[in-house]
Structure formats: C-alpha cells, structure tokens
Write a protein that binds this ligand. Sequence first.
Ligand code: BGC
Length: 814
Amino acid sequence: MKHKDLINQMTLEEKASLMSGKDFWQTMDIERLGINSMFLADGPHGIRKQAEAADHLGLNESIPATCFPTAATVANSWNEELGEKIGQYLGKEAAAQQVNVLLGPGINMKRNPLCGRNFEYFSEDPYHTGKMAASYIKGIQSHGVSACVKHFAVNNQEERRMSIDTIVDERTLREIYLTAFEMAIKEGDTKTVMSAYNMLNGTYTNENQHLMQEILRDEWGFDGVVVTDWGGSNDRVAGLLAGNELEMPTTAGETNIDIVQAVKEGLIEEDVLDENVDRLLELAFTTEEALQKSRSDINLQEHHQAAQQAAEESIVLLKNEDQILPLDKKKQVAVIGDFAKDARYQGAGSSIVNPTILDQTLDSLEGFGIASTGYEPGYNRYGKKSTSAIQKACELAKQADVVLLYIGLDEVTEAEGLDRQNMSIPENQIDLINALSEVNPNIVAVLSSGSVVEMPWIHKVKGLVHAYLSGQAGAKAILNILTGEVNPSGKLAETYPLTYEDTPSYRHFPGKEVSVEYREGIYIGYRYYDTSNTEVLFPFGYGLSYTTFEYSDIQVSQSEVTFNLENTGQVSGMEVAQLYVGCQSNEIFRPKKELKGFTKIHLHPGEIKTVTIPFDDKTFRYFNVKTNKWEIEAADYSIMIGASSADIRLEDTIFIEGSGAPLPYQKEKLPSYYSGQVNNISESEFEHLIERKIPVSTWDRSKPLGYNDTIAQCQYAKGLFARFAYQSITFAHWFLRKIGKRSTANLIMMSVYHMPFRGVARMTGGIINMPMLDGILMIVNGQFFKGLKHVLKERRKMVRIRKGKEVADVTEGV
Ligand code: BGC
C-alpha cells in the first residue's frame, strides 16, 4: 500500500467516510490528515462543473466550457490523434476548473439504434470504440486529471436503467461489451471507472464479483478507482467487497455506518477497506498535484477552433448526386429549417455543456460567400405540424437554385434517461421534404442527430451531409464542408439499416420489466447485417469524399498488412482505410468480418502512400467459453482492406496457428448463431447459448414492492395512495406533453418513473434515509398509517442523531 502510514492514523469511521461523497460532486476530506476533497464533473464532450445547484440531469447551468462534438460525432473521424487532442483540451479545461475527475468518455456499445444515450457513445464496434476511448483518456490524463470511463458495463438502454437485468452470454460479454473497456484500461490507462446502474446476469454491476474482481482487477490488472454511477449503489457492503471505492453522491453518512458495522461484524476485513482507501487516496493525491500546477487562463478561441476542426473531420457526406456539392458559389441558395437558426449541437442529460461560444448557420453564411435568397424555418422544431410554414418554405425554395435544408432530431428526443420511440425524424420534417422536392429538385439536406435515423425520403434529396451533433462550432464546420473549403473525411461508425425492424435486437429492446435478453449474441451492427446478408441503407464505415482513392498491392505477413493508397481525384483529402478479418473455418460461429484495425491517411491529388496496419492481440482472438480464455483457432483467415465494411477493396488469406483449445459449441444446438440469422432466436436456442434457463423476465405483480422496484410499478401496488401517485405521475407526463412541455415531461420519466425506491434514498443526499424508505414502502404496500408513523419516527430519529452529531462536532472543535 502506498499510503499505509496515513491510513494507520485513521479511525475506522474516517476510513469509511472516504468511501462515499461529501455532497453531489465532491468526495470527503479529512482536514486533520491533510486529505482534501476531489471534485468530479461531467462529462464526455465538455466540462459540466456545476458551481451552485447540483443535479445529474443537466438541469442547472454549469460554468461555461468548450462544447466539443459528442462522441457519436467524433467517432466518425476514425482519428485517434484527433481523439487525443480533444482529450487534451478537455483535460486542460478540467484542470483549469479544478476538476480532479472528468466523468467520461462514455463507451457503451450501440446495441440498438433507439438507446437514448447513443449520442454520447462512439460506435457499434468494440475495437473502434476502444481505440477512440483510449485516445481520449490519454489526452485527458496528460493534464494530470483523471478520466472516468463509463458505464461499466452492458448499459445499453435507458428504460429502467437503474434496475434492468442484462442477460448475456459470456462470449458476447467479452467480445462485444467488454473489449472497449479492456482497451480503455490497458491502452488508455484510465485511472477511474464508473460502474453501470444495471444488473449483469442477476447481480448489480457494482457488486458483480466476476465483472469487478475477476475481469477488471485480476485479468486486466486495473489498480485505479471504481465509482458508482450517481445513486447507483445498491448494497454498499457488497459493492465494497467487489472493489468499489467510491459511492456517489453523498448518502449523508448512512452507508458509512453500513461499512463500519460490516467491519466490526467481520463481513469485511479491515485490510480490504484499507486497500480501497489506499487506491482512493492515490487518485486524490495525484490529481490534486496536477490541479495545483494547472493554469486557469484558457484561450477560449483556440479551444473553439479545435472544436470546429473536430467537427470538420467527423461530418459524413452520405450522398452527392450530380456532384451537387461542393456548393457552386454562383448559385442562389434558400436556407430552410429551424436548425439553421438555432443549431442542434449536443444531447440532453448529464452531458449537457454550457458552451463558451455558439456558432449559428444564419449568422455565418456571409463569411462563406454563400448567396442566400432568404431563410424560412419550414417546420416546428418539436414536431407540431404547420401547413403555412411548409408553404412559405416552398415559396422561398422556388426562387433559389439550391435548397439548403437543415433537418434532424430535436434535443428532447435524444436524451439520457429515455430511449427513442422510433427511428424516424419528425413527420412535419418529412412533409416538408416532400413538398420542397415538388418545387425544387436541388435539395442538399444537412442532418443533425446523434443517432441512427431511417431515411425513406432519401431519394428526394440530391445531397446529404450528416453533421451528427457537432458541438459549439458545428455550424461553421458544416459550411466549410458544404463549400468545399474542407473535404469531408468522416465515415459512419454505425450502420444505418433500412428500417428499424431490420435491427437484430428489435424484438428484445428495451427490456421493459425485469430483464433484457441479448439474444442476438455477438451479432450487433454490421456483424449481423453482413453475416445475415441483410440489405442496409448505409454500411458501417461508409462516407464519401470530394476526391477518389484507389487501393492496390496488398501484402500480408504474420504480423501486419501493407498496401498502397492513391488519391486519384482532383483535390486533397483524407481516407479512412479499414482492416477487417474473417475466419474461414466454420467450427466456431463468427461474424463474416470484424474490424481489427484502421488508419486515416492524408493524400494530395496524385499522391501514393504505402500504408501498414499492424496486427495485435485482438486480430485473431475469440473468447472460448469452455476454457474461459481468449483463444486462437488454427485456420485460414481472410485479411480484407475496405473503404467501408461493405466495400472491400483488397483481400488476401493467411493461415494462423491456433492455441489448441477444444471447440466450445455443439453446432447442432445453435443453428441460428451458426447461420447468423439471429433476429428471432428461440428460447431454447438462447438457453443453449447462455447455458442456463432464461430467468423470469416479468414482474411478479402479487409481491409487495421492495427497494429495487421502481416507481412505475406503483400501478400494481396494494396501497391506494401509491396507485394514486402513479396515476398522477402518468397524468402529469401526458398533460405536459399535450401542452408542448416535452422536456419537463421527459424529466418525469427520467427522474421519477424509472427510479427504483432505493434511488429515493440514494439520491436525496440524506433527506430520506433507508429506514424512512421502509416506511414509504409500507405505505406503498397498503399499510398507510403504520408506514406514515414509521416515516415520522425515523425522521425524528435522523434529526436527533444529526443534531447530536453537530453538538459533538462543535464540542470537539472547542
Ligand atoms: C449518468 C452519468 C453521469 C452522472 C453524474 C448519471 O445519471 O448516468 O453518466 O456521469 O449521472 O451526472
């Protein structure tokens, strides 16, 4: 232990006190030993340090900070150097704001396009995510502050996020859902990890020994700190035993008492507590040292420019019929769409940043030499239909050579705590596209959304630029792409299926009651579409450029692949070359191809470069559920170099020696997994995969409600009061939506509806404690008066104890 001497001077109570927050964002301090608080702040694409009123939903304003494009956007850059650079800026701003731990990057896999937080995550591919995450972490930590990779793990839906049980087989867990975390830890060397709210195969992630001890600590050698997601602690003692050093936010000392008691009763050895304290102190001291050296003078313009450059490299050109782009500056352009006036540039929830500067398209047009015939909003941002808005837009469009149409999802639709209801853009925008296409065939659409949308309207536009959520400088970045000042080089880091029903998990997303079954197994994203030959709108890795690239001369050795790349067009540009590997044996089921490397190369017209992509420990490995280890199958492997997952330009075969492990599966028991047709897996086949019975997935409506049941379950409660409360909540939600207050309605879903009762105690900073919660549950379960009496008694007790403590503190001070 590094801080043994210091720990030896602590009382048991002091040690326990360090294991949870002091308030919403800070850890406990111990003045007499010179231990200061650490400040933890969101988030992944900019600092959200709340100086005053604190919340985890992005409600109260934070200190201004540079709002970089969100992870879903930067993922399209496929540029690790860029990721590191953004990380450096984030780290610098965090240090300047005296933030010890920056709560990001978020690296959960995009299992389903409707997950409400997809805009905060990188990709549907673990290797791609792992590389980008590691680069962010290196950048952030270069300033001495700690990154905090989140949410560990299998946190892929927002519905019932604090209680849902994820049922997933071990191989899928390792290959798909944990690989990016493994890379963030081994390559990025993150100092902090945030455990996820949900359960994994029956145990809360924070208490899950397999995840937290066997994998994170023993296998990956992680020696940093694990922090709970806010309010995500269930059983504090079980969490501590699994190696969770820090519970956030504060519980006003309630769970410290649990820890002290557990030590006294011998449930936790004091040595184990000491080790947890030691790791926490190491984080506190090392980050504090960096904060003392940090500079507070940030060149905001420089950071804004960096945010613009990040957006420019991440915007994806999806369609360019008749070479309508770059825009011909001699042409008259009609600018249509509310997002042109009021940019859609980030998502909602805990990641929300208060930007230092915010560029808007309409204010910037002139500087880009675009001759505009005028502007019309064309639609109501939040979906209300208006024929007159469409008519006015059409009138304007008639007078122009080109229509520049800004469309997408609004900020209320893509939000933490809520999954999207469908994969479409609002109907009023589709009506607008249809109407505009009748009066002007030259439409260039700029799409802003942080996640995948269906595009049945795509044949009505000639140009399509996907800006994703491009941050505070996104407007100018988009204009640079449209005018050709910057040649687009972004490529999609997720597949765009034709319809939502094509997605492999759509029958099992989201889990609505107890659990969610990952029946599609390892086949998420392109792994599924490709293997099952399902046609898609845009494949993973796809993106156009204003120039063309030619690939030639592939050479494969045991350790790398080399090829030539030439810019065969008229302008300079950057190409993302992707390495995919496919195993030719069918002894073990596998996706047809998997991403195992990538590189982004800049080339002038006519320039040729020799490109090398090295193989690594992940190139040929698969997780064998029999040996419980990563193994290599002796086989021929296809080595493919592609401009996208569906556009393979070069291919060769190589034989790789195996590790000699026994085959893990009985083929005949898993026919759908062997064929890749996994969108309708039967119960029995899934049971073969997970090697156990599928746990009951529905609520037992006859049982009294407990700590981990949610407020939503009050609809089945015995207590009249609870059922009335439920009706009031659903009415308030319905009513707020009806009167157009969608964001307030969303808040009800996020912070009340899906909240487990336990969360009421964990999130109120000691206003309601667990014994009071017992009383509340009595009321909920039909014992109104007994429950009320209990709540009042416990409340009085709590106040008495606190007062007593205050007196003791004052006396001690005297
Ligand atoms: C989110 C985390 C976030 C935390 C603190 C939680 O609700 O899931 O991603 O870091 O709040 O704001």
